[in-house]
Design a protein around this ligand. Structure first.
Ligand code: ADP
Ligand code: MG
Length: 609
């Protein structure tokens, strides 16, 4: 992949876009056919709607089946205000966008705890509900009589051109917005949310803010376009403006063109609208509706089966494969010794005999299961605490309570003297709690570098418009990846990694957060002996810089040789706590967990279990 092969590939794309824009601008002059103008106007509208849908559903992963609600709200807002104020709908079209953005914000707030299928249903219900309100509020909206827009006030020589160019401009603006979001910190956070929203929250992505911004961005230009479109059709009715068919077509268009790409929605619109027009004119009669339904349903099925990623991603993958040849080989991790790239913990927390983390009498219940039943834990600053116990004893649940994933029915978590009770997951990440998962959770759409660079250790709104990965962040992330021995994998995709490598990337990710307390959930499980020794060395060197660890692990030789103290859980209760040597010979611990024949050999890290 040299610069020489790259440059010629970029040029055609740019010139293609420029040529496309030129043709689109010239068409009204080239052909007087109002049929063609009309088809293009509808194509632009679907392209704008698709770009908006793409930001919410393609990037963020919240699939909307009612996106045309934003067209309806934009059109009716402009229609009503234009009528009342006696101005051109073009003048009030931006207010249609504002109304749509506010509605999107409301949708985001109402669904802040809704995910997956439930969100799909809510988005559809929103379309129906708004349609119902508009239909019944007849004093304002004309109800089922419809709402007449003012007539165009320009010279007839200009035909439909103002609509055409307004929608073309909005389409280009939508594409530019999509491209900007994709390149930004906001876009990186949105993809992280789509891949794993809880994990994203845990690495400092303030998910409510990201989602609200994305939802508003996905609606605002659609609202403006709705106002223009309403003016174009000149007569607003609920069924044409809050159109469920359009809401379906947009899904088809974006999936066809390529979800989460910049041009996919536009390409999709240019396929779907002409196709719909051709079938409209060629298939007439009473069955036309049914035919179209079958055709679009069939097409959707075909796309999902044959081109699950859409046209643009499939083509670009093909091109990339051809460019790279068949040389994509990722070998095992090469362990490069690097110096510790982590600065000592900041002054805010003094290292020594002071207490860093305290868990007080925590209880968590799942139905009839008491996962934690009054568990307590005190972790001194700068120490390594082993948290051990049989499967199902509540170790992971305790981590989930500490990092704010679960709120306990009673008890408290205190970090450096301050209760964390009021902080959510992201707040706790910012406060200094970092954790890894028993099964590593990476963002699979992102590269290894992006996975690490997606971490934020604080929140600043204006940083969201910055580029996704800044030079400094890339340098830092690379350093940390080299530190865990994965320097060669910086540009690899997360999905290309082995299980053990994923665990190490998650460790680097967590170090990017620069937490004061590091919670490791079974870090040694599934890691080969060489990596295990390296992991032990990593933990020791990080600990030497003052970082506090709590490590859940079944490999006793590994964890007890590192630990300053050990706490044993069984059935959600602490059954022993103290020095590793004392705990490992405690009769209650032998009985509940280790077994009578257990002998601790602290010198042989990485050979146990
Ligand atoms: P450990 O990590 O020590 O193996 P866990 O903390 O994962 O144990 O689980 C403790 C108990 O709580 C187990 O009985 C487990 O089945 C139950 N549990 C944990 N998480 C959930 C959950 N989200 N829903 C229902 N039960 C759960
Ligand atoms: Mg567990």
């Amino acid at each position: 992949m040299t610069a020489g092969t790259r440059v010629p590939r970029r040029l055609p794309k740019r010139s293609l876009v420029a040529l496309g824009i030129l043709v689109a601008v010239a068409i009204p002059f080239l052909t007087p056919s109002s049929y063609i103008h009309n088809v293009l106007i509808l194509t632009f509208l679907l392209g704008i709607l698709g770009s908006g849908w793409n930001v919410m559903s393609g990037f963020t992963g919240y699939v909307s089946l009612g996106h045309s609600v934003f067209i309806g709200i934009g059109a009716y807002t402009a229609g009503i205000l234009a009528g009342q104020w006696g101005v051109s709908p073009f003048v009030v079209a931006p207010l249609g966008g504002v109304a749509a953005a506010l509605l999107a914000l409301l949708l985001g707030w109402a669904t802040r705890r809704t995910r997956g299928v439930a969100f799909v249903i809510v988005s559809y219900a929103m379309l129906e509900l708004l349609g119902l309100i508009v239909r019944n509020w007849s004093s304002l909206t004309g109800g089922s009589q419809g709402l007449l827009m003012p007539l165009p006030d320009w010279d007839v020589r200009f035909h439909n051109w103002p609509f055409y160019y307004a929608l073309l401009a909005l389409l280009l603006l939508s594409v530019a917005m999509t491209a900007a979001i994709r390149r930004s910190k906001l876009g990186l956070g949105l993809v992280a949310i789509r891949d794993d929203e809880d994990k994203a929250a845990g690495i400092g992505v303030v998910t409510p803010v990201y989602k609200s911004l994305a939802f508003m961005a996905s609606a605002v230009l659609v609202g403006v376009a709705g106002a223009v479109y309403g003016y174009y059709v000149s007569f607003l009715t609920v069924s044409t403006m809050f159109d469920i068919v359009l809401s379906m077509q947009v899904v088809l268009a974006v999936l066809l063109g390529g979800r989460a790409t910049v041009w996919g929605p536009v390409l999709g619109a240019f396929i779907v609208v002409p196709l719909a027009e051709v079938t409209n004119t060629s298939i007439g009669g009473v069955d036309a509706g049914a035919f179209r339904l079958i055709m679009f349903g069939g097409l959707l099925l075909l796309v999902t089966l044959a081109l699950p990623r859409g046209i643009i991603p499939s083509v670009s993958r093909l091109l990339e494969q051809r460019r790279r040849g068949e040389t994509s080989s990722l070998t095992g991790a090469r362990l490069v010794e690097t110096t510790l790239p982590v600065a000592p913990v900041s002054e805010r927390v003094a290292v020594g005999s002071t207490e860093m983390l305290r868990v007080e009498d925590v209880a968590v219940q799942f139905g009839g299961v008491k996962a934690l039943d009054g568990a307590s834990l005190v972790v001194p600053a700068g120490s390594i605490t082993a948290l051990i116990g049989p499967n199902g004893s509540g170790k992971t649940t305790l981590f989930n309570v500490i990092d704010g994933t679960y709120s306990p029915v009673r008890g408290d978590v205190v970090l450096a003297g301050k209760s964390l009770a009021k902080l959510d997951r992201t707040g706790r990440a910012f406060a200094g709690i970092g954790r890894t998962y028993q099964l590593p959770r990476l963002f699979d759409s992102l590269t290894v570098l992006e996975n690490v660079a997606a971490v934020n250790s604080s929140f600043k709104l204006r940083r969201l418009v910055h580029s996704a990965v800044s030079g400094a962040e890339a340098a830092r992330a690379t350093e940390l990846l080299e530190f865990v021995g994965l320097g060669e994998y910086v540009q690899a995709h997360a999905t290309d990694l082995s299980y053990g490598q994923r665990k190490l990337v998650e460790l680097a990710q967590m170090l990017m957060l620069d937490p004061a307390v590091i919670l490791l959930d079974e870090p040694a499980a599934g890691i080969n002996p060489t990596l295990l020794r390296r992991l032990a060395a990593l933990i020791e060197s990080l600990n030497a810089t003052g970082r506090t660890f709590v490590i859940v692990e079944h490999d006793m030789h590994f964890v007890l040789s590192l630990a300053d103290q050990a706490t044993v859980l069984a059935h959600g209760k602490v059954i022993a706590s103290g020095e590793p040597a004392a705990v490992s010979t405690d009769p209650a611990v032998l009985e509940a967990y280790l077994g009578d024949d257990f002998v601790l050999e602290p010198t042989t890290i990485g050979t146990g279990s």
